[in-house]
Design a protein around this ligand. Structure first.
Ligand SMILES: [Zn+2]
Length: 180
């Protein structure tokens, strides 16, 4: 996995592209949640489920279908006042979907572990992107506090945090330009 900080930063940056005027904190908090939740599947290791299993780490919980279901669930539960399949509910749901997918894409850009089962449960093939500059983050959190963690944060700084900052600046810059 990429580190949880990076998943959160990427989700926050994505949210700046378009966000509702009301309940902004809720919107971003839920987006960050959607970007972090797929790693719940590290519990599979504790349950004795192998990495390569469809419900192993980077399996179903990292799939496009899961990101879709997660987005749908979040909208139905936390935006229950919105009618189903309206433009507004779909726009908000699409953001939560993108947050989940951003997690899977960032994992697929790491240089370790197994690939991501993007198409589970229909196809359990694990995929990496052709470009994998991100140092893989340790599953065991204690290993993060040391040289490995510094290497991870350094690679994420270049390949995730700086692009995220540019996205935020670009989003606000375009908005400001349009409002003139
Ligand atoms: Zn992950």
């Amino acid at each position: 996995m990429a580190s949880i900080f990076t998943h959160a930063i990427a989700a926050g940056a994505l949210g700046t592209v378009r966000y509702p005027k009301k309940e902004v904190f809720k919107y971003f908090a839920l987006g960050i949640f959607c970007s972090a939740f797929p790693d719940i599947d590290v519990l599979a290791f504790k349950l004795g489920i192998p990495y390569e299993h469809p419900f192993g780490h980077r399996g179903f919980f990292h799939s496009l279908i899961f990101s879709y279901l997660q987005g749908l669930f979040i909208v139905r539960v936390f935006y229950s006042d919105l009618a189903f399949a309206t433009r507004r509910s779909m726009t908000i749901g699409f953001y939560f979907f993108c947050c989940g997918v951003s997690h899977s894409l960032l994992d697929a850009m790491t240089n370790g572990g197994m690939g991501v089962a993007f198409f589970a449960p229909f196809d359990n093939t694990r995929y990496f992107l052709p470009w994998r500059p991100i140092e893989v983050s340790p599953v065991d959190i204690s290993s993060f506090f040391g040289h490995w963690g510094i290497r991870v944060l350094k690679s994420e700084l270049y390949y995730v945090m700086v692009p995220s900052l540019l996205l935020v600046l670009g989003s606000f810059g375009i908005r400001k330009f349009r409002s003139k």
